[in-house]
Design a protein around this ligand. Structure first.
Ligand code: HEC
Length: 164
């Protein structure tokens, strides 16, 4: 009898477990944890490793080094990942990007994006005309649409010779 009672409760328990399992809605996939970029850490890292070429506030004064200020952060992160992986080939940048973790990239990118671009000027009239025509044709404000942020840089935040 004792055994029967035990079986009965065991059956009851598993039935309850089953039904409660069946009734429970499928647990939604946990949303990917969005980690906020740490701008202070981004600035510190940038100042130490990148400012010499890209300018103290991301406004490089040297034509060969692109300006990073006010650029889409998604685009900057993508470039850094691609330099690191050797997909975008540049020996200098591969070296620097390889030393960055994903968090570093994000912190630096969002910090640089938060800096105001200082417009430069180009001496080559033909190039200026070409870039202006391209910019107007592509996106009139010089700002690429947010949906394209990772792949399409803002033209006005890019140096002419990087485009050429
Ligand atoms: C010795 C100079 C130098 C240093 C230091 C340097 N860079 Fe660069 N960076 C360059 C050059 C040159 C390019 C252009 C490469 C090319 O033509 O593909 C570039 C390109 C980039 C780009 C792509 C920009 C674009 O508009 O596509 C990003 C992002 C970038 N660098 C971030 C960084 C970060 C972050 C650091 C520091 C960890 C850093 N760089 C350090 C010289 C440098």
């Amino acid at each position: 009898m004792k055994l029967l009672v035990t079986y009965f409760f065991a059956a009851l328990l598993s039935a309850t477990a089953l039904s409660s399992h069946a009734a429970a809605p499928a647990a939604p996939a946990a949303p990917a944890k969005v980690v906020k970029p740490d701008l202070v850490a981004g600035e510190a890292k940038f100042t130490a490793a990148c400012a010499a070429c890209h300018g103290a506030d991301g406004n490089s004064g040297t034509p060969v080094n692109p300006k990073l200020a006010q650029q889409h952060p998604e685009y900057l992160v993508k470039q850094l990942q691609e330099f690191k992986a050797g997909i975008r080939k540049n020996a200098v940048m591969q070296g620097f990007a390889s030393q960055l973790s994903d968090a570093d990239m994000k912190n630096i990118a969002f910090w640089a994006a938060s800096k105001k671009i200082k417009p430069g000027f180009a001496n080559d009239k033909e190039l200026v005309a070409w870039v202006s025509a391209f910019t107007v044709a592509a996106w009139p404000t010089g700002k690429s649409p947010p949906a394209l942020a990772a792949t399409a840089p803002m033209v006005r935040a890019t140096r002419c010779n990087t485009l050429a």
